[in-house]
Design a protein around this ligand. Structure first.
Ligand code: FES
Length: 427
């Protein structure tokens, strides 16, 4: 516990609790825009700015993500704070002059009009990121994200193509404070025309809230009893009431880790798309079975790679394997850290062990990779298949348990290198 002072009152709080939470418990109203209690703080709107001081030095911080610390003094409504909030609202108003929600804020802070002139935003998006975090953290779909930088920054699907990962749950539209997001209608139209018969899965099934339900309303959720029942029951969008995405953290599967937010390819390469490129790496199952890579060759930046062309060559104890690319494109960057230290592929395959950033020739082909339920089923089958091989090759000692700790099993696997290469990398 730490002791801090908020508006002259001493208060005890758990270290690192956001100042906003402590202030709200003390019934101090701090305006917020990009904050939501169910989502990680983003600190982008800065409306929750407060003034803190310690050892005679004061500075402005955002209360939604500033951690409580011993001895700090916090002022939530000082002259400096109110002035900062007014300027922030003026800037937001200049961007989106007709958003009722912002006008209300402006009135509360005594702002009549914005003195700034700027090109008004095309769609009233204030880049608060609530939609992105909802899609990522609660829905677990990762269908939208930020793209571009600076004044060009915007929200959209990766590469601006319709994302197959979108389940049309409408949570982004629900949480958007300005009404800028209108993705649900477009997406529903596409689902209506592409999903027929038993594939007409209800959006609550696609959100993971119902085990199985076929939509009989032509995806017109506004005339659906289930939809009505959900809304009546929760009084909010069900994704906020049930938060299934919170359970979509990486989890162990048959001895290996599975990352639900990644795309997977049958050659055991994972992909994580961003606005300009896709990050590629070797999945944990393949990277662990290379048994501590000691050599890695990656293509130079700028070189083209064909689909099923060689993405990387990896070696371990004199044995080599070719890793094939799931997409064609141009190498935008390579991970120098992993080239210098190839064992990172084996030690940290999903983070520091990534291989290259590829700018795909056909971004829409990313949807040919495995994602969501398909990826999960495929990964599960692969791990079981491998396990069956291991049992055949190494009945004694049992391959169960930590593969890398089992030295005799490692020896056996080295002897089966060609077979493993075929199983893993689809040569
Ligand atoms: Fe804290 Fe937006 S609410 S920065």
């Amino acid at each position: 516990m730490v002791t801090l002072t908020i508006n002259g009152k001493k208060v005890k709080a758990k270290e690192n609790t956001p100042l906003l939470e402590i202030a709200r418990k003390m019934s101090i109203a701090i305006p917020t825009l990009c904050y939501h209690p169910d989502l990680s703080p983003h600190g982008s709107c800065r409306l929750c700015t407060v003034e803190i001081s310690k050892n005679g030095i004061s500075r402005m911080v955002t209360a939604c993500n500033y951690p409580a610390q011993e001895g700090i003094k916090v002022e939530t409504h000082s002259k400096r704070v109110l002035q900062a909030r007014r300027v922030l609202v003026e800037l937001l108003l200049a961007r989106c002059p007709n958003v009722p929600f912002l006008k209300k804020f402006a009135k509360e802070l005594g702002v009549k009009a914005s003195p700034f002139t700027t090109k008004a935003s095309e769609n009233d998006c204030i880049l608060c990121g609530l939609c992105v975090r909802t899609c990522h953290e609660l829905v677990g779909a990762n269908a939208i994200g930020f793209s571009m930088r600076g004044t060009q920054k915007k929200i959209g699907t990766p590469f601006e193509i319709d994302s197959e990962r979108c389940v049309a749950c409408g949570a982004c539209e629900y949480i958007c404070p300005t009404g800028a997001i209108k993705m649900e209608v477009d997406r529903l139209r596409k689902i209506r025309t592409s999903e027929t018969g038993t594939l007409r899965h209800c959006r609550y099934m696609r959100m993971g809230l119902i085990d199985f339900m076929i939509c009989s309303n032509g995806f017109e959720c506004w005339r659906c009893d289930v939809d009505q029942m959900m809304e009546d029951r929760f009084g909010t969008h069900p994704i906020f009431a049930l938060k299934p995405g919170k359970e979509k953290e990486p989890f162990p599967m048959n001895g290996f880790t599975f990352h639900p937010e990644l795309f997977y390819s049958e050659g055991h390469v994972w992909g994580k798309p961003s606005d300009q490129w896709i990050r590629l790496g070797l999945d944990e199952m393949a990277s662990l079975l290379t048994l501590k890579a000691d050599g890695l060759h990656l293509p130079p930046v700028g070189s083209p790679i064909q689909e099923k062309g060689v993405l990387a060559e990896i070696s371990a104890s004199g044995r080599k394997a070719k890793i094939l690319s799931p997409l064609s494109g141009v190498v935008s960057a390579i991970n120098h850290e992993v080239v210098e230290n190839p064992s990172l592929v084996w030690r940290d395959p999903y983070r520091r062990g990534w291989l290259i950033l590829l700018t795909p020739d056909q971004p829409e082909e990313i949807s040919n990779l495995l994602s969501g339920l398909k990826a999960r089923e495929w990964y599960s089958k692969q791990t079981l298949n491998l396990f069956n091989h291991l049992v055949r090759w190494a009945p004694n000692p049992s391959p169960k348990g930590d593969l890398l700790e089992n030295s005799s099993l490692r020896e056996i696997l080295r002897g089966k290198w060609e077979k493993l290469e075929k199983i893993l990398f689809k040569h």
